[in-house]
Design a protein. Structure first.
Length: 59
């Protein structure tokens, strides 16, 4: 359960950023604020999932 905690937190941040982006499309929140937040949320998720199974070499 503890290993899946960062993934759950990142997923919740992504849902919040997506909701903020929808509000930006409805012009309730400026798009220049909501778009970078969504981009950073997606970037963090992709970089975390890519880094987990990286081959670290032979020692």
């Amino acid at each position: 359960m503890l290993a899946k905690l960062p993934i759950i937190i990142m997923f919740l941040i992504f849902i919040f950023a997506f909701f903020l982006q929808v509000l930006g499309m409805l012009q309730a929140v400026p798009l220049y604020i909501s778009s970078p937040i969504l981009f950073v949320a997606i970037l963090i998720i992709i970089s975390y999932l890519n880094e987990r199974n990286k081959f670290k070499g032979y020692r």
